[in-house]
Design a protein around this ligand. Structure first.
Ligand SMILES: [Zn+2]
Length: 190
């Protein structure tokens, strides 16, 4: 086992981009059953903050920072479970935090390679969907400028009018039939 300081130092030197950081956080949150919370990115100083419903990291955070904040999240969870979150201001940078952080880091390193593959697949999928969407939009634009579009629109209009006409003709025939019935009931004035 790598000594703590060496492990933390290694993690402090290993930065990830915001998207992958969010991915890692979501995996850790799921594994540690931390409440669903928003991830925010602020600043660049490799600093952060963690509360129950929010986790804040600087841009391109180090794995060390992620583990640090997640360890706070785990502390929160334990304290809520024990019911003493509201009781005064407990210290946060404790031996317990150190221990949780170490274990979180070990967990991250255990899964990091798999996660980067999964994340790459996710990003690729997102890009492909975006590209397909742009292609569809472009095709629609081209279509809208073509004579085929104009023709299709006219045919649609024709169909609508034909239906309307048919309906009117039916109504007309009905009225004409009724006129004949009522004509018979009227006695001509002598
Ligand atoms: Zn802290």
């Amino acid at each position: 086992m790598m000594p703590d300081e060496q492990l933390f130092e290694k993690a402090a030197g290993q930065h990830v981009d915001d998207g992958f950081a969010e991915f890692i956080v979501s995996r850790l949150r799921w594994s540690y059953r931390l409440p669903e919370s928003e991830v925010q990115f602020r600043g660049h100083g490799d600093g952060g903050h963690c509360s129950i419903d929010r986790i804040q990291l600087s841009h391109n955070p180090s794995l060390n920072l992620i583990a640090h904040e997640i360890a706070h999240g785990r502390q929160y969870r334990r304290r809520i479970k024990k019911g003493y979150l509201e009781v005064g201001r407990k210290k946060w940078h404790t031996k317990q935090h150190h221990r949780l952080m170490r274990r979180t880091l070990e967990y991250i390193y255990k899964h990091l390679d798999n996660w980067s593959v999964e994340y790459a697949v996710e990003v690729k999928g997102r890009q492909t969907r975006l590209e397909q969407r742009i292609e569809r939009l472009e095709a629609k634009e081209v279509y809208k400028l073509s004579p085929q579009y104009k023709l299709d629109q006219l045919r649609k209009r024709e169909k609508k009018l034909a239906t309307k006409l048919k309906r009117t003709q039916t109504a007309l025939k009905k009225v004409q039939r009724r006129i004949k019935i009522w004509e018979k009931k009227v006695t001509p004035i002598q």
